[in-house]
Ligand binder design. Structure first.
Ligand code: SAH
Ligand code: SF4
Ligand code: F3S
Length: 472
C-alpha cells in the first residue's frame, strides 16, 4: 500500500544497480499464452517509456498487443497524478471498463503508474473498485509477472505499491514505439519538491543511472539504426549529483554526442541546475538539438518562492538570454502554472511580462491543481476558478502570438526534418520534426520515412508548418 509520509522521506540508503533482477521462470513465460493486452497511457514521456517497458514484459509472458480495449483479455491503465483532470479521466475510463468486465468476467484489469502511488487513490479502489485485479506502482514494474500471476491464481485484487523507491534495475526489456526515435531514462525520481508537485512522492528519490549503462543503450540504438534519443528525467540537469563520480549532465551530453547518434534532446531542465558547461557542450556538438524545455512556472519572484523553485524572475530571464546568445537558432519552450494560491493580478502580470521578454517558441500552460499531500494544497487560496480560467485564456493568447512569430522565422528557409511517418489527417502528407521540435507537414515520397531530410518551408501556422522536400 502506498503511504505519502513514507514517500516523502529521503534516506542515505545506497542505491544498488541490479543487472539480473527482472527474471521469468518457465511458467511465467507462458502465462499470457493466447491472451491479448491493451494499455492506455496518460502523463509524461516517462510514463510513455514505462509503457514501452511494460509491453515488452507482457510479450515476454506471451501476451500479444491489441489496439482495441474490447478485444483485450488484459487492460492496463498507466496513469498520471500531476493534475486533477488526469485523475478524472482515469476514473471516467474505469466506468467503461467496468461494463466490459460485466460481459467478460475473465477480463483482467490493472492500474499502474503515478496514481497507483497515491494513498487516496488506492483507498478509493479498495472501497469502490474491488473488481480491479491488479494495482502496482512506478517502483516495481519489473515485478509485474509475479503480481499478475498471483492475482490470476487467487482471482482477487492484488495490490503491490512500494512507497520507498527501490534500486536501479538495468535489465528491464523494452518494446519501442518508434524505429527512429527512442526514449532513454538517465535518472529516476526527483528531489526538488516544488511545493505544488506530486512527482517527488510518486517517483521517489533521485537516482541517476550509471553512465556506462546509458552509453551502452545509446550505442545499441545507433547500431539498430535509431536517429534520435531523448534523455529522460524529471530534472536532467541534476544528473549524476547522486552518484559521487564527479560526472554531470555536461559530461553525459558530450559522451552521448560522441556515440554518433544523429540527434539528441533531453527533458526536462530545471533552471536551477543549468550550468555554463552544459550550454557550451550543447553549442559545440551539432547532434545535440538546439531545443530546450525550460519551465518557468511563474514570472513573479514572490510566487516562485512560494513554489520552492529556487530562482527569481530576473535569474530566469538572464539564464534564458544566455542560452539564446550562446546557442544559435535555439528554440526554447516552457511550462507555466496560473492561479497558484493567492497569485494576484500583479503577480500574473509579471508572468505576462516574462513571456513578453522571452517570446517562447511555445508553452504548456496549466491552472494550478492542488495535489493532496503537497504543501501548496494546504495554502489558503482566495482566487476563484473563473479568475484563473480568464488568466489562462489571456496567457494562451500571448503564448500563441509568440509561437506564430517564432514559426514565421522559418518561412522560405530550408531545415532538416526527421520524417516519422504519414500524417493522420492526410494520407498524402508526411510528418516530422525539425531539430528545434517544430512539427512539419511535408509533401514528398513515403521513401523518406525514417530519414532526416532537408525541407523547404512554404507555409506557417501557430502549431505547425508545411513544407516540401528540397530537390524532390
Ligand atoms: N519535472 C518537470 C515537470 C514535471 S510536471 C519540471 O520540473 O519541469 C510538468 C508540468 O506540470 C510542470 O512543469 C508544471 O508546469 C505542471 N504541474 C505540475 N504540478 C502541477 C499542479 N499541481 N498543478 C498544475 N500544474 C502542475
Ligand atoms: Fe515536480 Fe519540481 Fe521535480 Fe519538476 S522539479 S518534477 S516540477 S518537484
Ligand atoms: Fe504524471 Fe507521473 Fe509523469 S504524475 S507527469 S506520469 S511522472
Amino acid at each position: 500500500m502506498p503511504n505519502l509520509k513514507e514517500a516523502q522521506k529521503r534516506t542515505n540508503k545506497k542505491v544498488l544497480v541490479k543487472e539480473n533482477e527482472y527474471f521469468l521462470n518457465d511458467a511465467l513465460k507462458v502465462l499470457g499464452k493466447d491472451k491479448k493486452y491493451f494499455i492506455k497511457t496518460y502523463g509524461c514521456q516517462m510514463n510513455e517509456h514505462d509503457t514501452e517497458n511494460i509491453k515488452a514484459i507482457l510479450e515476454d509472458m506471451s501476451f500479444i498487443e491489441t489496439d482495441t480495449m474490447e478485444s483485450a483479455d488484459l487492460i492496463l491503465m498507466n496513469t498520471c497524478a500531476i493534475r486533477e483532470n488526469a485523475h478524472n479521466k482515469v476514473f471516467g475510463y474505469l466506468g467503461r471498463i467496468k461494463h466490459l468486465k460485466e460481459t467478460k468476467p475473465n477480463l483482467i484489469v490493472g492500474i499502474c503508474g503515478c496514481m497507483a502511488q497515491e494513498e487516496a487513490v488506492v483507498d478509493e479502489i479498495l472501497k469502490k473498485y474491488k473488481w480491479i485485479d491488479i494495482v502496482f506502482g512506478t517502483h516495481n514494474i519489473h515485478n509485474l509477472p509475479n503480481i499478475l500471476n498471483t492475482s490470476m491464481a487467487k482471482k482477487r485484487l492484488e495490490v503491490e505499491v512500494l512507497s520507498i523507491e527501490g534500486d536501479v534495475i538495468e535489465n528491464i526489456p523494452v518494446k519501442r514505439d518508434s524505429k527512429y526515435k527512442a526514449w532513454v531514462n538517465i535518472m529516476y525520481g526527483c528531489d526538488k519538491f516544488c511545493t505544488y508537485c506530486i512527482v517527488p512522492y510518486t517517483r521517489g528519490k533521485q537516482r541517476s543511472r550509471e553512465p556506462k549503462y546509458i552509453l551502452e543503450e545509446v550505442n545499441k540504438l545507433v547500431k539498430d539504426g535509431y536517429l534520435e534519443v531523448t534523455l529522460l528525467g524529471q530534472n536532467v540537469n541534476a544528473y549524476g549529483k547522486d552518484l559521487d563520480i564527479n560526472y554531470g549532465m555536461a559530461n553525459l551530453l558530450e559522451d552521448v554526442a560522441n556515440t554518433g547518434i544523429k540527434r539528441i534532446r533531453f527533458v526536462t531542465s530545471h533552471p536551477w541546475d543549468f550550468t555554463d558547461e552544459m550550454i557550451d557542450i550543447i553549442s559545440k556538438y551539432d547532434n545535440i538539438m538546439p531545443y530546450i524545455h525550460l519551465p518557468l512556472q511563474s514570472g513573479s519572484s514572490k510566487i516562485l518562492k512560494l513554489m520552492g523553485r529556487r530562482y527569481t524572475k530576473e535569474e530566469y530571464i538572464s539564464l534564458f538570454n544566455k542560452i539564446k546568445e550562446k546557442i544559435p537558432n535555439v528554440s526554447i519552450t516552457t511550462d507555466i502554472i496560473v492561479g497558484f494560491p493567492n497569485e494576484t493580478e500583479d503577480d500574473f502580470n509579471e508572468t505576462l511580462e516574462v513571456v513578453n521578454a522571452c517570446k517562447f517558441d511555445s508553452a504548456f500552460t496549466f491552472i494550478f491543481s492542488p495535489r493532496v499531500g503537497t504543501p501548496a494544497a494546504r495554502m489558503q487560496d482566495g482566487i476563484c476558478l473563473k479568475e484563473k480560467e480568464q488568466r489562462l485564456y489571456r496567457l494562451n493568447e500571448l503564448i500563441n502570438k509568440y509561437s506564430l512569430e517564432a514559426n514565421q522565422k522559418y518561412l522560405n528557409k530550408v531545415v532538416p526534418v526527421l520524417i516519422e511517418g504519414v500524417s493522420e489527417k492526410d494520407d498524402n502528407m508526411l510528418v516530422g520534426y525539425t531539430d528545434t521540435m517544430k512539427l512539419v507537414n511535408v509533401e514528398g515520397s513515403k521513401d523518406y520515412i525514417g530519414s532526416i531530410v532537408d525541407v523547404y518551408i512554404t507555409d506557417i501556422k501557430t502549431w505547425s508548418m508545411n513544407g516540401k522536400i528540397k530537390n524532390d
